[in-house]
Design a protein around this ligand. Sequence first.
Ligand code: NAD
Length: 344
Amino acid sequence: MTGWTAAEGLEELHLRRDPATGLVAVVAIHDRRLGPAKGGTRLRAYPDLGAAVADAARLARAMTWKFAVHGLPYGGGKAVVLQDARGASDRALLEARLEAYGAFVERLGGAFGTGPDLGVGPTEVAVIQRATAHAVGGGAHGDASAATAAGVRVCLERALDRVGGELAGAVVAVQGVGAVGGALAAQLAERGARLLVADVDPARAEAVAATTGGRAVDPAEVLFAQADAVCPCATGDVLSAGAIPRLRCRVVAGGANDQLAAPVLERARALAARDVLYVPDFVANGGGAVALTAGAPTIGPPEVALAERRVGETLERVLARAEASDATPYEAAVAEAEAALASA
Ligand code: NAD
């Protein structure tokens, strides 16, 4: 789907260009039936503005489902700040852009609240927060990625249990060991999983392998490793027509958004046909959203525990619905989310 077609499902689409800093940012608001729109800000290079709009629109829809399926009173939104060579090499310029972006979010007057996502961690959120009160997860608020990782870990434990396995001793392959994947790898290693880790930044993969007793593997091959479970924790569209037949695992559960490439239903069914238990991404990666919206001044152990509990309960409901209706977990999760939206 091109950017502008993807935008058709949105309630609102906002574009901001700031010539002074070179900022180009897009805010997509998908559905506010359950409450004000919230969603992270992604910092990434895109081939063109249409691709950025498409990403924001798709991610905003996933946020609508994420809040709905986990029973949270928020609507789906998402923002992207377009990265370029200048922004990537000049930190002061990037910070000026993020501050200008924060002012843009502020001008939306609370219609959209934001937080971290790919390329935007607590340090970057703290810069955005210089210009807006409508951002969480910056600086001292703490890092939501540990809560996201905890939710993914719980999903892995439960999914492995469903297929007759257990985390201790399981071989788990993690694609992308940034904020979420790195925290996930640490939690999995603590519980006795044997890790294969990969990142397009080889130094990062080596560092995580060293601290977790895992092995760094080729990022182009990590999804196809012989493993009990695979955890996509980088970018989306990784479960494609080409990739699914090559999987050699029983469970896929990861932190990345939009893991199923289009047409998504076909991909979900192809995974089920291969007896791969796929935990829908917006179920598995909801822990950060749960923790960030818990209202605590900092994300600490109670918020992480809440995220684990909420995500675990959601997964049980989704799997029970899938079994009762002979649907894939993805279809069941969408049905759960849509039912919550319809009753708003
Ligand atoms: P991050 O930028 O901290 O980490 C991403 C990592 O993936 C980086 O180390 C990067 O080098 C690596 N990477 C990128 N492309 C890769 C590839 N093709 N193969 C292997 N490695 C690759 O981002 P993050 O915050 O960890 O987010 C990761 C994913 O999880 C994103 O899809 C994000 O939308 C999603 N997510 C994050 C959170 C959160 O709490 N941070 C919450 C929900 C969903």
